[in-house]
Design a protein around this ligand. Structure first.
Ligand code: NAD
Length: 338
């Protein structure tokens, strides 16, 4: 069901200056569409916007959000990736998280209700599931998020469903697992600050010889470290194109996991980083973090059945190689110390 040509169709990409959003924009453009970025640049980067116009919009400002939608009033489809994402920050500053994620999205949905934008594709997360022992995780399990981050994303899922029922908003909720890798051309990639994700932190440790922290090596997994489902960011971007097509074909509501169905341990990731970069990764074992589960990975059958979605770029070596290429490009004065 891959959509070949978006025929110059404009699509609003909220949070399009961020890591995943910039890859979504590039993919939309490669399919002949025009991504229009709405972003407040709180975490995104202006240098990651290259494929269409952008509007400086903060979703927390309801009037500014409505004004931006009115400016692009012919646009029908909105991809919504804007969010606070740093999990530990959410635990300490829940008010900020609920304001940015939940209130921000309420403003977005109200603006959509008052204009022509009647279809949304929302970036949700496997963090909405909470502590699930039963893997692979199916969309049908009861969602019981443990983090503030996961709770805000689940609250948004509920709001979107309510807008669907009351105002006929069409929606696809995509629950991503762990986004990783970078575009192969090396011009966009993961640039979070602070960076909390394993792969960019382990690449940093490989490049500069610093110690990285591994949280627990006594889990019930192949080597004692936690296992996660890493999906290449360009596969995530492609899932949005499949979602646009599915909405065009009449899909009015769905919630769908976007993962690979395979889990890798922290040590497997480190081994691959050492192979790809040629450098050692130095680490120290720290105690487990509260709430970390031993093994998480997606059941991918719904994505395949409803969206015709299959991963293409998520081979682990490709994920690490593309992330490493981006890391090297980003650090122009890259000077590794072994
Ligand atoms: N990175 C992952 O592994 C992962 C996994 C699951 C789900 N997700 C979801 O995917 C989405 C994108 O994640 P990412 O890693 O690209 O994050 P990111 O921080 O790189 O991008 C988020 C973007 O949203 C913008 N933004 C934040 N608040 C805003 C506001 N109030 N108004 C306008 N713009 C605002 C930021 O400036 C940034 O450009 C998020 O919704 C996240 O919850 C990410």
């Amino acid at each position: 069901m891959r959509l070949k040509n978006l025929n110059g169709r404009p699509i609003i990409v909220v949070g399009g200056a961020g890591y995943i959003g910039s890859h979504v924009c590039k993919t939309i453009s490669s399919k002949g569409g025009i991504p229009i970025v709405f972003d407040n640049f709180s975490a995104g980067h202006e240098h990651s916007i290259k494929w269409g116009p952008n509007e400086l919009v903060d979703l927390r400002d309801s009037q500014a959000t409505l004004n931006a939608f009115e400016k692009y009033k012919s646009v029908e489809t909105v991809i919504h990736l804007a969010s606070s994402i740093e999990v530990s920050h959410g635990e300490n500053f829940p008010s900020e998280f609920y304001t940015n994620n939940v209130l921000g999205t309420l403003n977005l949905l109200n603006a959509m209700k008052n204009t022509n934008a009647k279809k949304i594709i929302f970036s949700s997360t496997c963090a909405t599931y909470g502590e699930i022992d039963d893997v692979p995780i199916m969309e049908t399990v009861t969602q019981n998020p443990s983090s503030v981050y996961g709770k805000t994303k689940l609250a948004i899922e509920h709001m979107i469903e309510s807008f669907h029922k009351a105002y006929s908003l069409d929606y696809i909720i995509l629950r991503y697992f762990n986004a990783a890798g970078a575009d192969p051309e090396g011009d966009i990639g993961e640039e979070h600050d602070p960076e909390t994700h394993l792969i960019p932190n382990a690449l940093e440790a490989a490049a500069n010889g610093k110690l990285m922290e591994i949280f627990g090596d006594d889990y019930d997994t192949i080597d004692g470290t936690c296992m996660r489902d890493y999906i290449h960011v360009n596969d995530i971007a492609a899932a949005h194109i499949n979602s646009i097509k599915a909405q065009e074909n009449g899909l009015v509501s769905a919630d769908i996991n976007i993962g690979t169905g395979t889990a890798y341990s922290v040590f497997q990731i480190i081994n691959m980083i050492e192979k790809v970069t040629g450098y050692n990764v130095k680490y120290k074992i720290c105690k487990r973090r509260a709430g970390d589960l031993s093994k998480l990975y997606a059941d991918t059958s719904k994505a395949e059945m409803i969206l015709g979605f299959k991963t293409k770029y998520s081979d682990l070596e490709n994920i690490i190689q593309t992330a490493w290429n981006f890391y090297k490009n980003k650090n122009e004065r890259f000077n590794p110390k072994k």
